[in-house]
Design a protein around this ligand. Structure first.
Ligand SMILES: [Zn+2]
Length: 282
């Protein structure tokens, strides 16, 4: 089986007031014939015109606005052509996840139906501030998934790509149509849990903990707080059952991002030793 190359990208480092530094953890998966991007962080237009993100987000979450962090820039720096990004899978459409969509105007954008509807309608005050319509004013090639008819480790899921297997796993709560994204690797799964939780301590099976500022923030921005907690408990159960075969991480936890990036670097170094000429991927 072809072994997909997975890169971990931080597409918007953030320093929220009173909380720990956060990342915007995105994945770039090279399938051998195309690229798949999971979430997009902030994009070029957000950096060029930060006002569109709103004063509240800029002043309280304090994102680093620098073109070098955008997914399109990092993809070029890795030696890939951004035009090869044929599919983007979004965990949800909050402004810190959808900002880079316009940098890949030809890509298919996979989104759960409940999320698509929530972002297009923006019915509540919270939804009016969290979804920035300018981020999809270019008219993305939406692929709206309204059924989750596959089974992924006991979770209903919608398959997006077959080789490697990439599935959307609905985990509503943070937003109406929020989902995790499962990416198959040769000997394990990566589960990008989006904003199902913000801090690694929330997934600690013995002693759950989370900095107070992040606990309050998550409660404040949850579409359905009780539902979010129910889904989080399901994630903990998954980790309890199979911690080695499924690697769960969230969008914003810096420690998880650092560990996975380091593993990726080590893996590439080992690969380079085995393969003296050329490099993996394209
Ligand atoms: Zn987020």
């Amino acid at each position: 089986m072809y072994s997909p190359t997975v890169h971990h990208l931080d597409c918007a480092p953030m320093q929220p007031v009173g909380g720990p530094p956060l990342v915007a953890h995105c994945l770039l998966v090279s399938t051998g014939s195309s690229l798949v991007l999971v979430d997009t962080g902030l994009g070029v237009a957000d950096v060029m015109d930060p006002r569109r993100l709103g004063a509240l987000f800029r002043k309280t979450v304090r994102p680093t606005l620098d073109l070098s962090y955008t997914a399109v820039h990092q993809i070029r720096a890795l030696g890939y052509d951004p035009r090869d990004v044929q599919d983007i899978v979004v965990t949800h459409l909050d402004l810190d996840h959808a900002g880079g969509l316009a940098d890949f105007p030809d890509a298919r954008v996979h989104v759960m139906a409940d999320e698509y509807r929530a972002a297009m309608r923006r019915e509540t005050r919270l939804e009016a501030s969290r979804y920035v319509t300018a981020q999809w004013a270019h008219g993305p090639r939406w692929v709206v998934h309204d059924t989750a008819d596959s089974d992924w480790h006991g979770f209903a899921a919608a398959r997006v790509v077959r080789s490697p297997d990439i599935l959307m796993v609905p985990l509503p709560g943070h937003t109406r149509g929020h989902c995790a994204v499962a990416v198959q690797q040769p000997s394990r799964w990566l589960l990008h849990a989006g904003d199902a939780y913000f801090f690694h301590g929330e997934m600690d099976l013995r002693r759950q903990r989370c900095p107070r500022a992040l606990t309050l923030h998550q409660r404040m921005v949850a579409d359905n707080h009780a539902e979010r907690l129910t889904q989080l408990e399901r994630l903990r159960e998954l980790r309890r059952e199979d911690p080695r075969l499924i690697r769960i991480f969230s969008s914003h936890d810096a420690q998880e991002f650092d560990r996975l990036s380091e593993e990726e670097r080590m893996g590439r170094r080992r690969g380079a030793l085995r393969r003296p000429i050329g490099r993996s991927g394209f």
